[in-house]
Design a protein. Structure first.
Length: 120
């Protein structure tokens, strides 16, 4: 073996060295492409959701008009329900008046009976 002079520069010390990345550039490109793909999928999902909402709004605005006969039937049904409610309300008010009169009569009878019984 040859003896190396410690003062003399060897071939290893004469070369220039630079830091190299541990991972290659292809991995970074792949990661960037994956992030872009995920962002594109999210944007497409959001756009799809918005378009469904817009279509739903347009469907309610562009719905075919209800036929006149169907409107008449609905009006007749609503009038019948209103008449039933008015009759129920009148009946209930009459029962309240009758009950109030009965309560007044019973209170009068109770006061009379208390006077008849006398103080004990």
């Amino acid at each position: 073996m040859r003896k190396v002079d410690s003062k003399r520069r060897s071939q290893l010390t004469r070369q220039s060295y630079s830091l190299t990345p541990k991972r290659g550039g292809g991995i970074w490109l792949g990661a960037i492409a994956a992030v872009c793909a995920i962002a594109a999928l999210a944007a497409a999902g959001f756009a799809l959701k918005r378009s469904h909402e817009e279509v739903r709004k347009l469907d309610t605005l562009c719905a075919p008009p209800v036929s006149e006969q169907k409107l008449r039937d609905q009006l007749a049904h609503a009038q019948f329900a209103f008449e039933q409610e008015a009759a129920s309300r009148a009946s209930l008010e009459q029962r309240v008046k009758d009950s109030a009169a009965d309560i007044q009569r019973l209170q009068t009878d109770l006061a009379f009976l208390k006077k008849q019984r006398g103080p004990n």
